[in-house]
Design a binder for this molecule. Sequence first.
Ligand code: ADP
Length: 399
Amino acid sequence: MKILVINSGSSSIKYKLYESTATDGDFGVLAQGGADRIGISGASVDCKRDGKEREHVYLDLPDHKKAINAIFQMLTDPEKGSLARLSDLAGVGHRVVHGGEDFSKSVLIDGDVVKAIRDNSVLAPLHNPPNLMGIQAVYELVPDMKQVAVFDTATHQTMPPKAYLYGLPKTQYTTHKIRRYGFHGTSHGYVAQKAADQLGKPIEELKLITCHLGNGGSITAFDGGKSVDTSMGMTPLAGILMGTRCGDLDPYIPLHIMQTQDMTIDEVGSLMNKQGGLLGLCGNRDMRDTMAGYHKGLEGCTQAIEKFVYEIQKYIGAYTAALNGVDAIVFTAGIGENERTIRKMVLENFCYLGLLFDEEANETHGPVITKAESKVTVLVIHTDEEKVIAADTFEILNG
Ligand code: ADP
């Protein structure tokens, strides 16, 4: 069974074509690539097939429909394509950022689902509309193609009110849907299950803290396999310091900046979303560059790294208290999986939990980076959000 996974952004689309191997239910990638600069000059599509050279073509892509059509053409190319025909695709799985309170799991897309995603655009104005453009484009090109929506927010719908309510007049929640939703749910849910598998225990018996540290970052507390709290909020701006996002702030700060520095809402939004985080503190958005500066002793990079580590430590500490203990902590995504120094610095403060760090295992990225006698196990687990989308799509299509 072949499944195409699409992550549709405002000017780019990423895709992966999977084939399920019926024997073990696992998925192999047949082809992957993307369309770039949609609606802008210099647009292109590319495709990388297993063991072959990457194909990269420049062409005019005025909209998402043209871009997805170009991707379909590459995938069904008579000589090099991975699909003999489009009807060989069992379905398409889409990443959708915000499902609001409407979706606590992945769903087959129909008119009602499209409407709900559109209605939730008010909560994710930069993400849901381009996600919908991808869904709409596939529908227009192949009307009978089965499509599935997998939401970043769904995993966190298990949070109790004490975790998702803000201290605002209740009508802000009941009328305006202002609450904590949380993001990176597919990644947190996937690595939490992998951690349980690795520990050889049912997830229902575990207290886990998962740290997804990529360009965007968030930390989630899982009690018995359910997300009970997470660091991102109504939007993906809250929580720990990120590549360019500021993370948690005194909530009055944006109002103060607008009042005293004559800035518009958009300007302050950009300040917090695109000019903050590591970039704002030291001029590098990428952890590799920031870490290189830290190792050279540059003041800005040192402060940025120390702040990044400190924020993660505070969330782990808070979630350990919220969970009344923790069995395992998981590091995942670009920084979590690769950056040994960050993991080491973060874990230095948890000796009081009986956590015994294994320096040697950390050097080779584990997967277990604590000693056998440690009371808390720390794992490094590779996340694979697209594979989760493929697996959910497969499951839904198979009833
Ligand atoms: P996203 O999916 O959120 O765009 P990723 O999960 O790819 O992000 O993570 C990107 C981050 O991971 C960047 O800050 C990058 O510097 C960092 N990263 C990637 N590889 C490494 C590495 N080998 N060592 C340290 N940091 C890395």
